[in-house]
Write a new protein. Structure first.
Length: 486
C-alpha cells in the first residue's frame, strides 16, 4: 500500500510488526497522545529482529495503551482466546487443592507422567475407538507445556518437507510454520473466500499435487467455528494414510459443539455413560494408531477450561511420540509436574461427560446472544459457528472507515472493547505470499469465551461506536486517506 494512502490504524499495525529499518526509523520511545507503540529503532539491538505479535497480544497491547486492565469493569474483552474459568451451572465441582510432595518438585519426564498419559489414552479409546482392534496406549501420548509448545515440538521434529496450511486459521501458526528452516510452508487455497471448509476431494488434489509432507489445521476451526466431521474428516485421515502425509490436527475446541443430536440430561436425556454430548476427533478414523500419520494436539486449556495449567498433550504413533519427547528435552523441558498430578481427576470419564454437557449448554447461550446482538448492529456472520467460542464477523456493511478491521480495533479500544482484526488469521509465514490486500481485511474475530456480562457490555459499547460513525461518515478525522479500498 503506498505510504500516502495508509491510514493511522494500518501504520500502527506495521510499526508493531515490520522489522525492516525503513519501517522503524520514525519510531521513538514516546507513546504520544494517540497511544502509538514503542519499538526498537534499527540502530539499537540490531542483532535482534522485530518479533511479530500474535493477534490477541497485539489487540491487548493496543487496549493497554488506552487504559485496559483485566480488573477494570468498564472494559469488554471479546478478543481473548480463552474460556471463562469459573464454575458453570450444572457442571461437576473441581477440586484444585493439593499437597505437593518433595518427589513432585523434580522434573517430570519430557513425555509426561505415566498416570496422565494413561488417562488421556483411555479418553480417546473410550470416546472414539470402541470396538476397534488398534487402541492407544500411554506410549501414544506425549504431555506438553501448552498447545503452542506442543506445536513447536512437532515442527522441530519434522524433516525437510512442505507443510500445508489454510487461511484463515489460528494466528500462532504463522510463527510455528516459520520458525524452523527445514520445513517449507505451503498455503492451501480455497476456490472461493465464501468456502468455509475445503472438500476432501479438493484436499486430496492439493495435497498430492503439492507433494505435502504434512498439513496443519485447527478442527474445529479457529476463527470460523466450522468443523470437519463425519465422512469428510474420515476422508482427510484417509488422504494422510494414502499418501504418507502427516495430518496435524489441532483439536483444542473438540468439546465446544452446539449441534449434537444427543438429548441433554437437563432436557430428559440419560445422565449416565450411555449419553455423551457431541465431540469430534480424527482419532475416530485412524485405522492403526502406530501406522497412520495422524497427530492430534489437545489439552486442558480450552475443553477443560484450565488455560493456566499449561498441561496439554499430543497423541500420535509411538515412534513419533518418542521423537517429540526428545524435542522437548531441548525446547521446553516438559510440563509442570505437580499440575499433571492435579489434572488426573479432570480426566475421569464421568467428570468429562458431565462437564462437557454443562459447557455446551452454557456456551451455546452465549453464542446465540452474541450473534443476535451483532446482527442487530449490522455486523453479519456468513457461517453460523457450530463449534468453538468464536464468531468470524463481517464488517463490510458498516460505515467507513470502521469496515476495515484494523480501524475497527483502533476505534473499539477507544470504546473499551477488544476484538482481534481478521488480518492476523490470514497467516503468511516468512512472508511467502506477496499480499497487497488481505482477504480478511473486513473481518474481525469476536470471542464469547468470557462471561455473559462481558458480552452484554461489549455489544452495547460497539453499538455506541457504530452510531458515532454513522453520523460522522464524512469526517473520518485521523483515519482520513484517499481510499479505504487499498
Amino acid at each position: 500500500m503506498p505510504a500516502e494512502r495508509r491510514n493511522t490504524a494500518h501504520d500502527v499495525f506495521l510499526q508493531f510488526h515490520r522489522h525492516r529499518a525503513q519501517s522503524l526509523k520514525k519510531l521513538t520511545e514516546d507513546d504520544g497522545d494517540e497511544g502509538k507503540p514503542t519499538a526498537l529503532t534499527s540502530e539499537r539491538f540490531d542483532m535482534f529482529h522485530q518479533v511479530m505479535k500474535t493477534g490477541v497480544i497485539y489487540a491487548t497491547s493496543r487496549a493497554i495503551k488506552f487504559g485496559f486492565k483485566n480488573e477494570n469493569p468498564d472494559w469488554a474483552n471479546m478478543g481473548q482466546g480463552a474460556p471463562e474459568t469459573g464454575p458453570l451451572p450444572g457442571a461437576p465441582s473441581r477440586n484444585f487443592h493439593m499437597n505437593i510432595q518433595d518427589a513432585e518438585l523434580e522434573y517430570a519426564p519430557t513425555a509426561g507422567i505415566r498416570e496422565l498419559r494413561e488417562k488421556v489414552a483411555t479418553y480417546y479409546n473410550t470416546l472414539y475407538r470402541k470396538g476397534k482392534e488398534s487402541q492407544y496406549s500411554y506410549e501414544n501420548v506425549c504431555v506438553v507445556p501448552g498447545g503452542r509448545a506442543g506445536l513447536t515440538r512437532v515442527m522441530a521434529a519434522l524433516g525437510s518437507i512442505q507443510v500445508g496450511y489454510f487461511t484463515p486459521d489460528y494466528t500462532a501458526y504463522q510463527q510455528a510454520l516459520g520458525l524452523f528452516m527445514r520445513i517449507s510452508p505451503s498455503p492451501i487455497l480455497h476456490r472461493s473466500i465464501h468456502e468455509a471448509l475445503m472438500s476432501s476431494k479438493d484436499f486430496r488434489f492439493e495435497a498430492e499435487g503439492r507433494g505435502l509432507g504434512a498439513t496443519l489445521l485447527s478442527n474445529p476451526a479457529n476463527p470460523t467455528g466450522q468443523s470437519l466431521e463425519g465422512e469428510e474428516l474420515e476422508n482427510y485421515v484417509k488422504v494422510a494414510r494414502d499418501i504418507g502425509m502427516a495430518l496435524i490436527a489441532d483439536e483444542f475446541y473438540s468439546h465446544y459443539y452446539y449441534d449434537g443430536e444427543s438429548v441433554d440430561p437437563e432436557d430428559g436425556g440419560a445422565d449416565d455413560d450411555s449419553n455423551w454430548p457431541k465431540t469430534v476427533s480424527s482419532a475416530a478414523y485412524v485405522e492403526d494408531v502406530d501406522e497412520d500419520p495422524v497427530i492430534i494436539v489437545n489439552g486442558l486449556t480450552k475443553n477443560w477450561r484450565c488455560p493456566g495449567f499449561r498441561v496439554c498433550w499430543i497423541v500420535a504413533p509411538k515412534p513419533i511420540c518418542e521423537m517429540l519427547s526428545s524435542a522437548g528435552s531441548f525446547l521446553d523441558g516438559g510440563a509442570n509436574a505437580p499440575l499433571q498430578k492435579l489434572a488426573l481427576p479432570l480426566m475421569e470419564l464421568d467428570f468429562i461427560r458431565r462437564d462437557a454437557w454443562a459447557l455446551q449448554r452454557h456456551f451455546k447461550k452465549k453464542r446465540d446472544y452474541l450473534i443476535s446482538g451483532l446482527s442487530a448492529l449490522g455486523i453479519t456472520v456468513e457461517w453460523m459457528p457450530t463449534a468453538t467460542f468464536y464468531i468470524w464477523a463481517d464488517l463490510s456493511a458498516l460505515p467507513r472507515p470502521i469496515n476495515d478491521c484494523l480501524v475497527f480495533l483502533e476505534e473499539a479500544v477507544r470504546h473499551k472493547v477488544i476484538c482481534v482484526p481478521g488480518v492476523f488469521f490470514d497467516i503468511n509465514p516468512r512472508d511467502i505470499r506477496n499480499l497487497r490486500k488481505s482477504k480478511c481485511i473486513s473481518f474481525v474475530r469476536f470471542s464469547y469465551g468470557p462471561a455473559m456480562e462481558n458480552l452484554e457490555k461489549g455489544v452495547k459499547q460497539i453499538g455506541n461506536m457504530i452510531e458515532y460513525w454513522k453520523k460522522h461518515q464524512e469526517s473520518p478525522g485521523m483515519y482520513a486517506e484517499k481510499s479505504f479500498d487499498d
